[in-house]
Design a protein around this ligand. Structure first.
Ligand SMILES: *[C@@H]1O[C@H](CO)[C@@H](O)[C@H](O)[C@H]1NC(C)=O
Ligand SMILES: *[C@@H]1O[C@H](CO)[C@@H](O)[C@H](O)[C@H]1NC(C)=O
Ligand SMILES: *[C@@H]1O[C@H](CO)[C@@H](O)[C@H](O)[C@H]1NC(C)=O
Ligand SMILES: *[C@@H]1O[C@H](CO)[C@@H](O)[C@H](O)[C@H]1NC(C)=O
Ligand SMILES: *[C@@H]1O[C@H](CO)[C@@H](O)[C@H](O)[C@H]1NC(C)=O
Length: 291
């Protein structure tokens, strides 16, 4: 019997302690928002969560010093860098995903917050180029309204030239402002029509503004689905969109609905005009005094 326990323990340790566990960026292959994660990688991440919870139960403070690159604290901070890069440099043809955390370090900054120093690999999802980046993420303490401050250098990934495709997309949607009703990107089979992909990328970039703003040391946000898109009349040469998006918060396992009004042009990039969290769906489906 003892032997069996040891074998089980060894197997468990092998899984949760594997140095090769990475969080796959979900942008290109998202799970259906209502589905329970099924892949091995997700299972491994949940394994880590258990390990992490044990650690947190022992001491009620955040991990400090050198971090395990595969555990949540480093992964969460690194995910914020992904959102930051998308808000700064994203477009319908440029979308960043966290590929891997190589190393991480966290330190308390006297009474003001916590700073993470990270070495990560970031992938540009459309060209598939990958580069190593150094990044610093600072979470302010006490001020819940303030989003994380990020510095990152990923020059390699910014060399990818997407101008021609962006200009073509811009002209297409500027000329033709009657966008087909676009819904459910991806659909429940995880599929996105090729001509809808730039709109999905654009929605993911815009969602990164929400995810950057909402992220804390205790969250891990992913884009799950674009529920629907409405194109509004172009203003000041900026394409204008209204998106209803679903975000997946991995720690609480919540699906969160947001409405996003934003503009985009090749020169202006994404500018969010309005973001609003919508009530949980069991609330929004309740009929409101329909008489
Ligand atoms: C871990 O990754 C390295 C290189 O990335 C590889 O050589 C090694 O076989 C992997 N180990 C496991 C357990 O997958
Ligand atoms: C992207 O790179 C991965 C390996 O890093 C490869 O498996 C995949 O086929 C590539 N996809 C494209 C579209 O080039
Ligand atoms: C970020 O969120 C806070 C509330 O959490 C809000 O007050 C602030 O306006 C948001 N920032 C943007 C750019 O919408
Ligand atoms: C313009 O939009 C309409 C309706 O969405 C669509 O049928 C048509 O193919 C589009 N034309 C061009 C040139 O994109
Ligand atoms: C967009 O999708 C959401 C969620 O499915 C739904 O509540 C909303 O009514 C839809 N809006 C439009 C304009 O289709």
């Amino acid at each position: 019997m003892c032997v069996r326990i040891i074998v089980v323990l060894a197997v468990l340790t092998g899984i949760t302690g594997s140095p090769n566990v990475t969080i796959r960026p979900e942008v290109d292959m998202p799970a259906h928002p209502n589905s329970v994660p099924e892949t091995v990688e997700d299972a491994e991440i949940f394994g880590q969560q258990e390990v992490l919870e044990e650690e947190e139960a022992e001491e009620d403070v955040m991990a400090t010093g050198e971090l395990n690159p595969n555990h949540y604290p480093a992964q969460r901070a690194a995910k914020v860098v992904q959102h930051y890069l998308n808000t700064r440099y994203g477009s319908p043809y440029r979308l960043f995903g966290l590929q891997r955390v190589h190393s991480g370090n966290a330190e308390d900054v006297a009474d003001s917050g916590r700073k993470y120093q990270l070495e990560i690999s970031v992938q540009e999802m459309i060209s598939n180029a990958t580069a190593k980046c150094s990044a610093e993420v600072f979470f302010a303490m006490g001020e819940q309204q303030r989003s994380a401050q990020v510095q990152a250098s990923c020059e390699e990934l910014l060399k990818i030239d997407t101008k021609a495709q962006e200009e073509a997309f811009y002209q297409q949607y500027k000329m033709n402002q009657s966008l087909l009703p676009a819904q459910n990107l991806p659909d429940s089979y995880g599929h996105i029509e090729p001509d809808m992909k730039p709109l999905w990328h654009l929605g993911t970039v815009a969602s990164s503004f929400v995810m950057l703003n909402e992220s804390t040391e205790n969250t891990l946000y992913n884009m799950a689905q674009v529920a629907n898109i409405t194109q509004l009349p172009t203003e000041n040469d900026q394409l204008k969109f209204d998106y209803h998006i679903l975000l997946h918060e991995m720690v609480s396992q919540e699906i969160i609905h947001w409405k996003l009004l934003f503009t985009w042009s090749p020169a202006g990039g994404v500018k969010v005009l309005h973001m609003e969290q919508l009530p949980h769906c069991h609330d929004c489906e309740k009929p409101i005094n329909t008489k």
